[in-house]
Design a protein around this ligand. Sequence first.
Ligand SMILES: [Zn+2]
Length: 143
Amino acid sequence: MTDANPNEEALSSLEDLLETAWVLICNAGEGNWESQHRDWQAAAARFRERYQAALKAREARRERERLLKCRQCGRPCFDDYMVRDDVWLQTGLGRLEGVLHLGCLEVRLGRPLRADDLTEAPVNGGIRHGMRMRPRPGLGMED
Ligand SMILES: [Zn+2]
């Protein structure tokens, strides 16, 4: 694993351990669970359910992480805003494809963000307010 995050490494190690346990359980009685004690079969079935749920949760987490990575810089992005569809399409991304930091959006657009790039969505209220209170140099933020 190339990721230096110790939590990710520990998690990956535990996932490997769970997979090994699942393989051992699957192959008990040469793969014939019917030959095992009923209590063992019930415990194995409970393990299978929990293991499958954990795999689904992991995939959902990975998908969320993938969707929340800025398509320009690759870092996690929690910038919340909505630009008009025609503005977004100028970034080269599809309508519902990925996220961009505001600064990275400007990089993709090749120009500063303008107030009229934003939709009237309530989520943009804070950005519009910030544009009025702290105009950034070179940005035409007037409404
Ligand atoms: Zn970015």
